[in-house]
Design a protein around this ligand. Sequence first.
Ligand SMILES: *[C@@H]1O[C@H](CO)[C@@H](O)[C@H](O)[C@H]1NC(C)=O
Ligand SMILES: *[C@@H]1O[C@H](CO)[C@@H](O)[C@H](O)[C@H]1NC(C)=O
Ligand SMILES: *[C@@H]1O[C@H](CO)[C@@H](O)[C@H](O)[C@H]1NC(C)=O
Ligand SMILES: *[C@@H]1O[C@H](CO)[C@@H](O)[C@H](O)[C@H]1NC(C)=O
Ligand SMILES: *[C@@H]1O[C@H](CO)[C@@H](O)[C@H](O)[C@H]1NC(C)=O
Length: 582
Amino acid sequence: MATTVRVAAAGVLLLLVLAALARAEDPYLFFEWKVTYGTKTLLGGVPQKVILINGEFPGPRINCSSNNNIVVNVFNQLDQPLLFTWNGMQHRKNSWMDGMPGTQCPIAPNTNFTYKWQPKDQIGTFFYFPSMGMQRAAGGYGAISVVSRLLIPVPFDQPPPESDHTVLIGDWYTKDHEVMARLLDAGRTIGRPAGVLINGKGGTQDAAAAAAEPPMFTFEAGKTYRFRVCNTGIKASLNFRIQGHDLRLVEMDGSHTVQDTYDSLDVHVGHCFSVLVDADQPPGDYYLVASTRFIHDARSASAIVRYAGSSTPPSPNVPEPPAGWAWSLNQWRSFRWNLTASAARPNPQGSYHYGGINITRTIKLMVSRGHIEGKLRYGFNGVSHKDADTPLKLAEYFNVTDGVFTYNQMGDVPPAVNGPLRVIPNVITAEFRTFIEIIFENPEKSMDSLHLDGYSFFAVGSKKTEFQVSSSIVFTATASRMGPGKWSPEQRKTYNLLDAVSRHTIQVYPRSWSAIMLTFDNAGMWNIRSNIWDRYYLGEQVYMSIISPARSLRDEYNMPDIALRCGKVVGLPLPPSYAPAR
Ligand SMILES: *[C@@H]1O[C@H](CO)[C@@H](O)[C@H](O)[C@H]1NC(C)=O
Ligand SMILES: *[C@@H]1O[C@H](CO)[C@@H](O)[C@H](O)[C@H]1NC(C)=O
Ligand SMILES: *[C@@H]1O[C@H](CO)[C@@H](O)[C@H](O)[C@H]1NC(C)=O
Ligand SMILES: *[C@@H]1O[C@H](CO)[C@@H](O)[C@H](O)[C@H]1NC(C)=O
Ligand SMILES: *[C@@H]1O[C@H](CO)[C@@H](O)[C@H](O)[C@H]1NC(C)=O
């Protein structure tokens, strides 16, 4: 009897599978997340409030394949509004699910909202985090791993790595995230991080104490392991290394790289990469180390990698981090895209021969810093972004932008004359499918890391320059920035126009510039932001609106029925649907 039922069930299942194959729909993965506060003592014995997902810190890893349909039902059990953004996920045609305050109404406390998105043609290592206020400083982040679809060759799977580990590293503050927001609101700073966490564990900066802990990772001699490393912190660039072991770089921000070998790698805030590590050392314990770069009072954290059966303690000679800028810049210059690797291409509609495409527009985004009523603000080109009560994307879709924002208040170049920062919702437009060069200039004395939602771009150049900024200048504009080495069209000769890695985040060294190029072929409203979270919070961000003139479902999805409404769009009738894709 039971057997018959099972056979029948199997038959039904087979039919369902066949039906699914016939529709050729990509598989669905469902997640249910309960987001709560919890108390953890992570560093220096200080208990603090952290954001947990299903009780976990960091949050659960999302494992999926290219093109899977990801459905995440988020139950907000915090006492504050919440949004999740998916760092590096391009959400083609679908900025509705990008989870930024400019694209979506916040999920109110004690309500739920279901994100639905697809890592369309993407592979690699990414992470998610809460995007509102300073919540990112309280955790709520986790890894996203997108593997190639079956039968699509991967340049390093012969044989495949023994296992695949996530290493989320980041600086950490012991201050409550709401306290940090209040400090910034009051015009004060958040100070320096208390330490570094590795997968939610810091414990101690003392390597000897780390050695007393159970190992975080285990190796079997002779095997190869993949480590997916992301800097999920809010301010500090980190250096990642494993005592005695080489790191073979295979993937970065969703692109397969040329597989060069490094002793250690700098990972800037918001960046992710994958390395392969051969367990080729005498069996024993080894330190895996993440330590801050370019800030005073360096901090580090260690974890133990243990060879199976080992009882040999790690050598106390923890490898030192590299020193200086030049090392970091040179390492960055060595990263190259593997042009022959067959994989999902990050920019399927763009050309791989990006060096041969004519630039139709150059946007120079210079970081602005100034004071409004004595309080520090950041911005680009004299405009400091603030969120509106109606998410920008919704105001645009319902055609009610009046009183919410005005397009193109920020110019493509920094203003020639110094003036006070303007604090407004900052939205600029770009013509659909145009190829644009963006230069980020960071005249500050601290590191910056810039991220673009919705896209992958070619990181063609980065340069440490020597231009001087007087400490008395509160707002820096072109005129005050004369000096050797500032960006000029001449600098294009130094670009990598052949095999720059296609990625979503680029670092900008202090008093330096970085250049990217991309085709704006993903219609929607996309956030460009500093990953340095106090800068983000204080306005160093801008939204880019890209509208397809065809107003077609070929180019952009309609607002989903489940989209939350708030501000001016509550109760408005739906605008006409985009035309069917042909
Ligand atoms: C909230 O969760 C319920 C139960 O899982 C689900 O049926 C509903 O669709 C969710 N609501 C939204 C807006 O996602
Ligand atoms: C690039 O990818 C190809 C195809 O998977 C692989 O055979 C080759 O070894 C890779 N090249 C480098 C330099 O990593
Ligand atoms: C994701 O995949 C990795 C590597 O295969 C595995 O170790 C991990 O347990 C998986 N995580 C989840 C939540 O499925
Ligand atoms: C780029 O511009 C040059 C000069 O205007 C023109 O000759 C060339 O055909 C253009 N190339 C492409 C690929 O459009
Ligand atoms: C948006 O509204 C304005 C009036 O406020 C109108 O002139 C314009 O045609 C509308 N645009 C669209 C696309 O409906």
